[in-house]
Design a protein around this ligand. Structure first.
Ligand code: SAM
Length: 243
């Protein structure tokens, strides 16, 4: 991983497997023009927004539900990036942006909370992107979908919103979308390191995940990256609210 980030700053602001490491690898397969308008959806404390602004010179709309925009604004201001990164507090189904506004949407370690369902991509994501624009996400997932039940050793850690699915599951979901073309879908090499970086954070959720990863033992989890190109508009689509 490049050393753009101070390790203490990273550890203070990570909210899951190292999103900077993940985005760095995902972005081997795409580029953004300087000044590209990018929605960083589910940006958490904005690490990936900082990466997008610094690495690509993008103008980033750092959008999140759990982290207040005011908190992210302070962080961006301290780094002198408040002219390039606009913090927004919003929910993924009610995004306050115009249709066709973005050159790209990026979402690292967040999309599975809201996007793991039929139609979400066509209805809420693709309309916000210009034609030929980019949608790039990475999610924690599974090497193989669980059949009927969560493996016994993972049950104590499992939460209702953990929509972990296999690469094939995500590939099938995105292949059914009408308004994008899926160009990349792969397991990311950095999976193990990204989790190890997270487990070293002084964060109660990281401490809890240490036990989960011990139980998982490298048998089930994967990190899945997907990139799509916006190809067109859905027919007979109702506009998403906020557009
Ligand atoms: C595990 S955290 C990851 C944050 C950040 N991407 C990172 O990797 O550090 C998941 C993020 O998804 C965001 N999120 C979850 N559900 C959301 C929703 N419905 N709309 C917008 N953001 C959502 C949360 O606010 C949270 O910051």
């Amino acid at each position: 991983m490049n050393n753009r980030f101070d390790i203490d700053f990273l550890r203070e602001n990570m909210m899951g497997p190292n999103c900077v490491r993940i985005l760095e690898e995902l972005s081997e397969d795409f580029t953004l023009k300087p000044d590209a308008r990018v929605l960083d959806l589910g940006c958490g404390r904005g690490l990936t927004s900082i990466f997008l602004a610094e690495e690509f010179g993008a103008r980033v709309f750092a959008t999140d539900l759990w982290i207040p925009a005011a908190e992210n604004f302070q962080r961006f201001k301290q780094l002198g990036l408040d002219d390039r990164i606009t913090p927004i507090h919003a929910e993924a189904h009610e995004l306050p942006f115009a249709e066709g506004f973005f050159d790209a949407i990026v979402s690292i370690d967040a999309y599975y909370y809201f996007g793991a369902k039929e139609g979400f991509l066509d209805r809420y994501m693709a309309p916000l992107v210009k034609k030929d624009g980019l949608i790039a996400i990475a999610v924690p997932g599974l090497k193989k979908d669980f059949d009927a039940e969560i493996p016994e050793e993972l049950v104590p850690f499992w939460e209702e919103d953990m929509n972990f699915f296999s690469l094939k599951w995500w590939q099938d979901l995105w292949s059914r979308a009408e308004t994008i073309e899926l160009t990349h879908c792969r397991s990311l090499r950095c999976h193990e390191e990204a989790w190890q970086d997270w487990l070293q954070c002084d964060n109660p959720y990281a401490k809890r995940d240490i036990e989960m990863l011990k139980a998982e033992g490298g048998r089930y989890f994967d990190t899945i990256g997907m990139i799509a190109k916006k190809t067109g508009d859905a027919e007979n689509r109702e506009p998403a609210s906020g557009s």
